[in-house]
Write a protein that binds this ligand. Structure first.
Ligand SMILES: [Zn+2]
Length: 93
């Protein structure tokens, strides 16, 4: 039987996916997905892989969150203070 974490690693090795999509596929809460992502990032080096957060943008002004290290979505845009922010997507490569 595969563990949730292993399934998550397999999923992330394919198409980039957002935390919400992952939580739906795995049947766990989004916060749990984030906990797993933190662990996967920490151990990715041992597999010669890297967990990448794809740049995501503010839907109000187009500001791109390039250097964001956190796995959760920011509440507000630092430029326009808007709250319509794209969901970050993750990929293991
Ligand atoms: Zn903005």
């Amino acid at each position: 039987m595969q563990t949730i974490r292993q399934t998550l690693i397999d999923l992330l090795s394919g198409e980039p996916l957002g935390a919400r999509e992952l939580s739906r596929v795995l049947g766990i809460r989004e916060e749990e997905v984030c906990d797993h992502l933190v662990h996967i990032e920490r151990t990715a080096g041992a597999r010669r892989k890297k967990l990448t957060t794809l740049p995501f943008a503010c839907l109000d002004c187009g500001f791109v969150f390039r250097d964001r290290k956190h796995f959760t979505r920011p509440g507000k845009c630092p430029r326009c203070r808007g709250t319509h922010i794209e969901t970050p997507r993750f990929q293991l490569r």
